[in-house]
Design a protein around this ligand. Structure first.
Ligand code: PMP
Length: 360
């Protein structure tokens, strides 16, 4: 067996320790004689798994008691509708458009009310985060929406916008648990698990309790009401049980390595190795404004499509896989999530140096 360095944007690399543990527990989870996949979600054993996972996540992010943690399904994309359906009581929200995912969320919200654009970076292919110093926030906005880390373009909000008292809703799919955050600054933070946390199929929503009410838009299905899931402790119906179990193992892995401060330190070190090289290279260069660079997704190009394609192909043959950029941007993108070891980034940079020498 040989594992590759997997730079996929998601589903993405998971910690090897977690995969090994899951493999060891596959046929007989701790004396139950069955795998977690085969187990009732109403069993005592599964109750232990989901409660421990939630507590570990609460510990990692220091989630205050007035926030609920929901383990849902439907991916981040289902939240694009669920957020306005549950929050747009005055039928108005402000969106900051920093990429395709924010744009999709904004387009979806227009089905339910007035979704304004408070700022956008579309004029320069989303290669920067717009100026947040004086946003035009609507007086009667129900919430302000951001996509905090832009997976496709490789930008990240380094400061949060001043929402002028409105609840901040953030899609953190591609920066979840990559560094500490102050949960109290958000009304909702949410993301699909398949980048930094676990398998696809689990969506984690952390939501302030006062935003969970019965007053949802008329016609909102039971399954799309936050209250349904909050009241039932994420067990209203069958949850993505195996996925939650793996997420729980990743939370424990993070705790054991020292929590999010330590994770942030490691992520900064890893990203610096790659960005420093990009800044010094005569062949490769980064595509976004330096101050807005993501620690998780690093897009880069040579400026020549054929050289890009050859690079991706040769890298793949050397065990550095999934480096192709998103189809809307082209070039390359290295996603270096929590579980990507430092050696993976070092190996990539060594390979890039070798390629540069060959070409120039
Ligand atoms: N938001 C962001 C920031 C993403 O990167 C993605 C997926 N790449 C999505 C939303 C959509 O997620 P899902 O496929 O879980 O609906």
């Amino acid at each position: 067996m040989k594992r590759v360095y997997n730079f996929s944007a998601g589903p993405a690399v998971l910690p090897e320790e977690v995969l090994k543990e899951a493999a060891a527990e596959m046929l007989d989870y701790r004396g139950t004689g069955m795998s977690v996949m085969e187990m009732s979600h109403r069993s005592k054993t599964f109750a232990g798994i989901i409660q421990t996972a939630e507590q570990d996540l609460r510990d990692l992010l220091a989630i205050p008691d007035n926030y609920k943690v929901l383990f849902l399904q439907g991916g981040a994309s289902t939240q694009f509708a669920m957020i306005p359906m549950n929050l747009m009581r005055r039928k108005k929200a402000d969106y900051i458009i920093t990429g395709q995912w924010a744009k999709k969320a904004w387009q979806e919200a227009q089905k339910y009310g007035k979704a304004n654009v408070a700022a956008s970076s579309e004029d320069k292919t989303f290669s920067y985060i717009p100026d947040l110093s004086n946003l035009a926030i609507s007086e009667d906005a129900d919430y302000v929406y951001i996509c905090e880390n832009n997976t496709i373009y490789g930008t990240k909000f380094k400061t949060l916008p001043d929402t002028k008292g409105k609840p901040l809703v953030a899609d953190v799919s591609s920066c979840f648990l990559s560094e500490p955050v102050d949960v109290t600054k958000y009304g909702i933070l949410y993301g699909g698990a398949q980048k930094n946390i676990g398998p696809a199929g689990v969506t984690i929503v952390i939501i302030r309790e006062d935003l969970i009410t019965e007053e949802v838009l008329p016609g909102t299905p039971t399954m799309l009401r936050y209250k349904t899931h909050a009241d039932a402790g994420s067990l209203y119906n069958t949850p993505p049980a195996y996925g939650i179990y793996i997420c729980g193992k990743v939370f424990r892995w993070l705790k054991n390595l020292g929590g999010l401060e330590e994770m942030k330190k490691r992520n900064e070190e890893k990203a610096k190795i790659l960005y420093d090289y990009l800044d010094s290279s005569s062949l490769f260069h980064g595509t976004v404004k330096k101050k807005d660079r993501s620690l998780m997704n690093v897009p880069f190009v040579t400026g020549d499509k054929d050289l890009d394609a050859r690079f991706i192909q040769e890298a793949e043959a050397s065990g550095l896989v999934n480096l192709k950029g998103h189809r809307s941007v082209g070039g390359m993108r290295a996603s270096i999530y929590n579980a990507m070891p430092r050696e993976g980034v070092e190996t990539l940079v060594d390979f890039m140096k070798k390629y540069e020498k060959e070409i120039l």
